[in-house]
Design a protein around this ligand. Sequence first.
Ligand code: MN
Ligand code: MN
Length: 464
Amino acid sequence: MERKNAWTMYDETQTEAVEALCKDYCLFLDRGKTERECIKQTVEMAEKAGYVNLDTVIREKKPLKAGDKVYRTCMGKSAVLFHIGSGDIEDGFNILGAHIDSPRIDLKQNPLYEDTELAYFDTHYYGGIKKYQWVTLPLAIHGVVAKKDGSIVDITIGEKEEDPVFCITDLLIHLAQKQMDKKGKEVIEGEDLNLLIGNKPLAKSELKKEEKEAVKANILKLLKEKYNIEEEDFLSAELEIVPAGKARDCGLDSSMVMAYGQDDRVCAYTSLVSMLESRTGKRTACCLLVDKEEIGSVGATGMQSKFFENSAAELLSAMGVFSEITLRRALANSRMLSSDVSAAYDPIYASAFEKKNASYFAKGLVFNKFTGSRGKSGSNDANAEYIALVRDIMDSAHVPFQTAELGKVDLGGGGTIAYILSLYGMQVIDCGVAVMNMHAPWEVTSKADIYAAKLGYDAFLARG
Ligand code: MN
Ligand code: MN
């Protein structure tokens, strides 16, 4: 089945809109390298667009009505937005969902140590990574340290021009004969992902008598001076190691974006922008940006948490229409685009794909009837009737789209959040943007697809 190249479908105005959208998208990525940073931006953008905090609405017992726009966050790491429609709430929501956590390397709770007069942070990686891709790169540290007095220290090191960066070292090729014979997954072991952070000892005059590790002592002194934190404070910290540097245009024709964390912020950002621009429709629009997808959607801020359901109940309550049965009906009658990135066909690794059912750069928004692998295991298999509706929505709005599976049948697979929302009995389909180098420190997308996603989300939210 031939799908058109999206670039050829855009007129001049749209081609300019592609550039404008992607410029803002890159800024969002630069300012949002962790789930907390993404939610912070989400709140700022939502408030600017007239969204009100649902928790304030609840506290002040303000009634909500059609046309009202509210948002709510969970622990600063996930968020839900609602734009109330004019129709019956029992007819359900139009939901856009995506995740804002990305593969990375986290600090351990007891991270700091010294070895041979070098100071390191010990780490535990988060999500599926090819560990060998994360060595010898400039890395940054983003995150928070929560102190016992209730204060939060925000930390970002490695992004400003004048900032230092960090590095996980690799063995020089000259001595790597044995290492080069190892299997890919053993070339760099998880326990060896240690971040090099210092090599200068504290002056002897400042060193306490019992202190033997002067380089570590100097690091602790710097942390105390700059952030007022002690070694014990690492126990209650969330510090994430990510590639240092900004999102960039990629290609001689600047047709692509190369950046960290596009899985799944490319879908999250376009969903959010579409939501914020949406007009009041018949059906209530909803945008869900969740954490922890990369480790199984677990925890209070992951999709499996009751946060979304509780927030929907609060919304109905503030609208004065809450009852258990109304909530159940609203959820069951909802439609969802569960967006996550797709593996873009890469001709260099052609044997991993089945060409008829692969996603391609510049062929538009990707729809996956099912994900999973080896017999569709673990996938949300979208309903044919629902796919027909989605096709009609996309075609009516001239949205470039394609359909795909994730690689060859017996090869791979991956999970998304679709199956969790489908538990309510609602219509859900997986969709998203095609990505090359998925889960690598720097991932690549086509600008034509980023724009197609935005167009698709606009059309989906507007459908009554
Ligand atoms: Mn993803
Ligand atoms: Mn992923």
